[in-house]
Design a protein around this ligand. Sequence first.
Ligand code: SF4
Length: 307
Amino acid sequence: MEIILANPRGFCAGVDRAIHIVERALEKYGAPVYVRHEIVHNKAVVDRLKEMGAVFVNEVDQVPEGAVIIFSAHGVGHEVYANAEARKQHILDAACPLVKKVHVSAKRHDGEGRKIVLIGHKGHPEVEGHLGQIDGEMHLVSSPEGVNDLPLTENDAIAYITQTTLSIEEAQGIIDALKTRFPQIEGPQKGDLCYATTNRQAAVKELANEVDMLLVVGSANSSNSNRLRELGESMGIRSYLIDGPEDISFEWLEGVQRLGISSGASAPEHLVKAVIDAIKQKISVTDVRNSITMEENISFSIPAELQ
Ligand code: SF4
């Protein structure tokens, strides 16, 4: 069997930055530091940081007054910020700059009197953070059909923003439906999908033409990892989302000549290597190679107090 690796895959600049912030905060301020929500959606990453002394909580009221609290890469709404400030907590915001960019758009549209439609998945922490940016109207829509139910009229001033980790096709379908119902609507032509989301999807799309089966390394709650698995399936390739080697069912690999592997933006590369090693122990692998769709060289700096 041949293994072909999607490239780019794995950690994006926002995830790298968020993890680095927790590590540096532990070094500088000592354990425990508190992290609201999983810093990034990956079990292995969260388990490692827990071992280092990070304490993960759901809400700021679980954190003692004055303690260090880190907000996850997904971003938070104003209320969460205000609650942490009221408790005099030492806030470190690990929200990805590309999520923050969407926050800025939401505030601008709200300030200019537009009602906002947010394209995203209900309950995802990034979506909760976007919804919490403004006091004005923001309506969540998750499907083209949902556009018909929006309590807005053609005469309203409206703009849309999107979650950063949607599938390109899914976002475009909803944007098209919005433009059909509200021709005057404003928003970025392809939504606010980030570079990491679009690049990893482009790489899987290319890889799917070469392989018989796809493994995506990523956790079940990782939005961008799920989208990669769905993309493989939509291209007719049997595709599985796995946290690591322990999740592989070797029956899946029977008869597979070329196996594709990708990983979500929050999945560390050592898990991809562990998956390859586990397969090599059971199956004869003739070659492992990268299928390079594009190069990435983006990085984000961490807050000055941690540099
Ligand atoms: S997936 Fe995109 S938006 Fe999310 S942390 Fe990575 S770069 Fe930022």
